[in-house]
Design a protein around this ligand. Structure first.
Ligand code: LMR
Length: 401
């Protein structure tokens, strides 16, 4: 008869994508969007990278019927992205103890993972890093999980609080789900070192936790293999986990919604059985994945020359971000802005957390037209030669009050 009462009170805007809406409505010509994690070049444009253009050209040439894909996606795509996550010679690949499903983006992979776990009787408790990507709490709560958090950053906000994190995880109950950021932690850019990854793996085994690795930025930090160093902590015999990957960033395919969920099990039989339940989660949500984005990724990853071209495209994006990190730190230091900025140089991926208060973030937006997320998460890729001086002066103004 009528819509539910609560649906009639407007919901708050999304903490990230809602800022893009506000940014678009802002008429100030000098406005700067450092909010959503989308790569732009030095002219402020999100490029279609050359390897993607070439793959699209080839796909158009051999365009065929647009029938449904299998529920879990195209086999060629699934194998290619599995090999990219683990490396083709990894024991997990050789033993066949993983199973992959193509999903609409990394967010789709996370939601399918959540549904799969709850529909097959997993613990209903999930542990998230504090801070984390703002969509994690919403996504897992709406899927039916109860949230717990583990501290992630030390007081400086520039390093992992390994002791605090591990202590908190030692209080988790057996079977609890543990969400980890594989690399390029969102929002901080601060990642565990190898030693901490090993210690995380030890606690996972000791407390019998089930990790989900949110791995949305492979290749955006230090390199495709370098960014997979979390594997040294988790890839151990008998340790089972889920990996959610996104190809939005590393292929600049944001609006194609292409990602994957990979389940790593103790043996191939367990992986195959789990995939049959993943397919039910997919079928009941969106039936089967869209084809085009996955076809682009498969075309690139399975053609050696095109793959080499793509790795160069990826390196170009990564190196620009690393250059921006150095330029930002140098400019903040040169302007005498108070704060321990230097570690930002060596952080990984798209984001850096400036560590601002809500008031300071509001002033950046209202007085200076600079849009940032939460406690001052900035998309480092959004800095350009043209906007960097203004951003630094604005940050200085709000920090100095
Ligand atoms: C971000 O954190 O900005 C990106 O992952 C985009 C998104 O969907 O929030």
């Amino acid at each position: 008869m009528a819509l539910p009462l609560r649906s009639l009170a407007p919901a708050p805007p999304d903490p990230i994508l809602g800022l893009t809406e506000a940014f678009r409505a802002d008429t100030r010509p000098e406005k700067v969007n450092l909010a959503v994690g989308v790569y732009v070049d030095d002219t402020g444009v999100t490029p279609v990278i050359p390897s993607v253009l070439e793959a699209e050209r080839r796909l158009l040439e051999k365009a065929g019927p647009k029938g449904y894909l299998p529920i879990d996606g195209r086999p060629g795509f699934k194998n290619a992205v599995r090999d990219m996550v683990f490396g083709p010679d990894h024991e997990i690949v050789r033993s066949g103890r993983s199973a992959t499903a193509q999903t609409p983006g990394g967010t789709g992979a996370l939601r399918v993972a959540a549904d799969f776990l709850l529909q097959t009787g997993s613990s209903r408790t999930i542990w998230l890093s504090e801070p984390t990507w703002p969509n994690h709490p919403q996504l897992f709560t709406l899927a039916g999980f109860a949230l717990r958090t583990y501290p992630y950053l030390d007081d400086s906000g520039r390093h992992v609080d390994a002791g605090g994190m591990l202590d908190a995880l030692r209080s988790a109950a057996p079977g609890d789900v543990l969400l980890l950021h594989g690399s390029c932690h969102n929002p901080s850019g601060v990642d565990p070192d190898q030693e901490t990854w090993s210690a995380i793996g030890d606690v996972v085994i000791e407390r019998e936790l089930l990790p989900i690795v949110d791995f949305a930025y492979q290749g955006f930090g230090f390199g495709l293999r370098e960014d997979a160093d979390w594997l040294t902590g988790l890839a151990r015999p008998g340790l089972e986990f889920l990996v959610c990957t996104s190809y939005s960033k590393n292929f600049a395919l944001y609006n194609e919604r292409v990602g994957a969920l990979t389940i790593v099990a103790a043996d191939s039989g367990r992986a195959a059985a789990a995939l049959s339940h993943v397919k039910i989660a997919i079928r009941s949500n969106y039936s089967n994945p869209p084809a085009h984005g996955g076809d682009i990724v498969e075309t690139i990853l399975t053609d050696p020359a095109l793959r080499t071209r793509w790795e160069a495209d990826l390196a170009e994006m990564r190196n620009r971000i690393l250059g921006n990190r150095a330029a930002l730190v140098a400019a903040l230091v040169a302007a005498g802005v108070p704060g321990g900025w230097d570690p930002i140089r060596r952080q990984r991926g798209m984001f850096a957390l400036l560590g601002l208060s809500a008031d300071q973030v509001a002033r950046l937006r209202d007085e200076f037209g600079i849009y940032v997320v939460g406690r001052g998460r900035i998309n480092v890729a959004g800095l350009t030669t043209a906007n960097l001086p203004r951003v630094v002066q604005a940050v200085k103004a709000v920090i100095e009050g």
